[in-house]
Design a protein around this ligand. Structure first.
Ligand SMILES: NC(=O)c1ccc[n+]([C@@H]2O[C@H](COP(=O)([O-])OP(=O)(O)OC[C@H]3O[C@@H](n4cnc5c(N)ncnc54)[C@H](OP(=O)(O)O)[C@@H]3O)[C@@H](O)[C@H]2O)c1
Length: 300
């Protein structure tokens, strides 16, 4: 089979869509024939060596954390899934012809493959953030970075809970934020005042998915520091905000089941831009720019 891979850390130019050993489903896992796999910032962070702690790359590197496809192997201890089922979810090395998932949900026939692939990491992360913040009907939520992969999903999942959502983006993405139901504000200097003006006062919760705004500004918007959850600013915890990296606080199967339902009901709509696997470098360059609208997805 073919898989996206690299032999040394570097930029998108070192990516190669080439032959690789086939993975197999272990206990509690599924293997799928991949129909689409999304690009997440963690992919280029791995590719460039940002996550290596200064160690050189040992062997070949593979990429991808989510995908959608057709089940072709079912691991031991897995129930309720059979070969031929159409699923999406989270896994490792998913930017490949065959990939192993460790958390998944059934893809409704009405949901496009690329959209389902895009919803894996972004959906689980959004469910986690909103659950940690206990966002409920009538709450006002501020999402810092609302137009990107996680942000656009978090906005819509919060709306589905009955919250009012204010979200930040560059000016170019304000129409997109309105389209998905958020009140847009411009990020950067003066952000907190713009959020207060848009919310008509302080907000009940802040979900920082961009990690760019000083955490003190975000804490100033919330009723207490712990009502700020960041997935992208790992220093935010020092100021009393909560930081989530998706360990023990992650409930991936429950999260993906909810995401699947919202996708099927059209309550979660994702803007995706697709690229064939052999042009993955183009998608990686856009992701690395930090200004993605919706999601970038690779397809065979
Ligand atoms: N901890 C976890 O569990 C977890 C899980 C998933 C992702 N992450 C991390 O979360 C971050 C976001 O991921 P993603 O997939 O949503 O990325 P993405 O799709 O690349 O989106 C990035 C977004 O950030 C916005 N942005 C850029 N500069 C900003 C600023 N100064 N203030 C506010 N927003 C700004 C951009 O908006 P414009 O285009 O309008 O500029 C863009 O929409 C990444 O660092 C990723 O690694 C963490």
């Amino acid at each position: 089979m073919r898989a996206l891979q690299y032999k040394a850390y570097g930029g998108p130019e070192v990516l190669d869509w080439a032959e690789a050993p086939e993975p197999h489903a272990g206990p509690g896992q599924l293997r799928i024939a991949v129909r689409a796999a999304s690009v997440n910032p963690i992919d280029w962070k791995a590719l460039t060596g940002m996550l290596s702690g200064g160690e050189p790359l040992g062997g070949t590197g593979y990429l991808g954390r989510d995908a959608a496809g057709v089940v072709d192997e079912v691991g031991d201890e897995v129930t309720g899934v059979t070969v031929g089922d159409e699923v999406f979810g989270r896994g490792q090395h998913t930017q490949a012809a065959l990939a192993v998932l460790d958390a998944w949900a059934t893809k409704a026939p009405s949901v496009d493959w690329a959209v389902a692939a895009a919803a894996g990491v972004a959906g689980e992360t959004s469910e986690r953030g909103l659950r940690l913040l206990d966002v409920t009907a009538g709450d006002a939520l501020f999402v810092d970075g609302g137009a990107g992969g996680v942000g656009a999903v978090a906005v819509q999942m919060a709306l589905a809970r009955g919250a009012k959502v204010i979200a930040s983006a560059s000016q170019a993405n304000h129409d997109y934020l309105r389209e998905i139901g958020a009140t847009p504000v411009l990020y950067g200097q003066g952000l907190a005042d713009r959020v207060r003006a848009a919310a008509g006062g302080p907000v009940d919760a802040v979900f920082d998915v961009a990690g760019k705004t000083p955490v003190e500004d975000l804490i100033g918007l919330a009723p207490e520091p712990s009502q700020v959850v960041s997935i992208a600013n790992y220093a935010a915890g020092q100021a009393g905000a909560r930081v989530s990296g998706g360990g023990a606080d992650s409930h991936p199967m429950e999260a993906l089941a909810l995401v699947a339902e919202l996708l099927a009901q059209n309550k979660l709509v994702l803007k995706v831009q697709t690229f064939p696997f052999d042009r993955a470098a183009e998608a990686y360059r856009i992701s690395q720019s930090g200004h993605v609208r919706g999601k970038l997805v690779l397809v065979p």
